[in-house]
Ligand binder design. Structure first.
Ligand SMILES: [Zn+2]
Length: 330
């Protein structure tokens, strides 16, 4: 019996027919009709009907950016699609009778997929950080996705690391998103370029690109082991390691999983994160070392996680169950 996962992004709505083992059987995409809740309901209903045509489908899960209530039904706020307190589940249920429907935050859905079918498999406690333009997060504790009392848990990007620090898009200051994101990496690289010395390659690349350092330039220099670009990545890793040490004091995960574009740097990022984590860990020396792993489900994690969460809500396997017997070595 399959489930359907839908991921509403800023530009595209992706939908997939997903097996119990997390495999995608069919994948469809439509443009997002932004700013029009009724049109988005239409697109989701159309995708669910099309993907489920002739199939045994037990549930459909929808993932969207923003705050979703802990009951997986109301979208309080969704920045991409300009919604406020939208009773999305009821609207879908009216149009799709007989189907169990749930709504989840997109980062939580992607993190859940990583826990069930990716780098977090075989653990009970996983913290995921998604390092893109910003810093996203998802927390699994004791085999359950941590949604919080109001549905807003797992917003790791807004963990404060510097009181009175850089202003953040959330309205506060000094959040880890301002020190551990792709945007922060560009800032560090720019500072290193300005200082000369090991920053000379960065400065030259910036001058050749109309005075702008972008992600592609910094990624290429990191790949080439340029000392300036590597120093910028180390600075980023140092901040992320500090944040992980604070998270470990509260949640004590067995693994930290890193996703998003910047995490494709692999061990070049994870090694400094681990070093900084160990240096900042409270009561270090007495705490077993958690794993620091790169995410495995790079594409389509949102649809896979949304489908699996919907299946669980519909009374499928318990939320803590693994997809199949776990081999720790994987
Ligand atoms: Zn913030």
């Amino acid at each position: 019996v399959h489930a359907i996962g839908i991921d509403i992004g800023g530009t595209k709505v992706a939908g997939a027919l997903v097996t119990e083992a997390g495999d995608i059987l069919r994948l469809e995409r439509r443009p997002t009709p932004a700013g029009d809740p009724a049109a988005i309901v239409d697109v989701v209903v159309e995708l669910v009907r099309e993907l489920g045509d002739g199939e045994q489908v037990v549930a459909a899960g929808v993932a969207a950016a923003g705050f979703i209530d802990a009951a997986q039904s109301t979208v309080y706020y969704a920045p991409n699609i300009n919604w406020r307190s939208e009773p999305f589940r009821d609207r879908l249920s009216d149009r799709l009778p007989g189907l169990d429907i749930t709504i989840d935050n997109d980062a939580n859905a992607a993190g859940w997929a990583e826990y069930r079918f990716g780098a977090g498999r075989g653990t009970t406690d996983m913290t995921m950080l998604t390092i893109g333009t910003g810093v996203g997060g998802a927390i699994v504790t004791n085999g359950r996705l941590l949604r919080g009392g109001f549905g807003a848990a797992g917003e790791i990007g807004h963990l404060r690391v510097v009181p009175g620090g850089h202003p953040c898009g959330c309205g506060q200051k000094g959040c880890i998103e301002q020190y551990g994101s792709g945007r922060a990496l560009m800032r560090f690289a720019g500072e290193i370029a300005d200082a000369g010395g090991i920053g000379q390659s960065l400065a030259r690349a910036r001058a050749a690109n109309d005075g702008v350092l972008d992600g592609a330039i910094v990624a290429r220099l990191i790949e080439d082991d340029d000392p300036g670009a590597r120093a910028a990545l180390r600075e980023l890793g140092d901040w992320l390691g500090q944040a992980c040490a604070s998270i470990a004091a509260v949640l004590d995960p067995q693994v930290f999983v890193f996703g998003g574009g910047v995490a494709s740097a692999g061990d070049r990022l994870l090694d400094p994160v681990r070093e900084s984590f160990l240096a900042h860990l409270p009561a270090r020396g007495f705490h077993p070392e958690p794993g620091f792993l790169a995410a495995q489900l790079v594409n389509d994690a949102g649809v896979v996680g949304a489908a699996d969460l919907a299946r669980i809500h519909a009374g499928g396997p318990a939320e803590s169950a693994s997809a199949d017997p776990v081999t720790a070595a994987e």
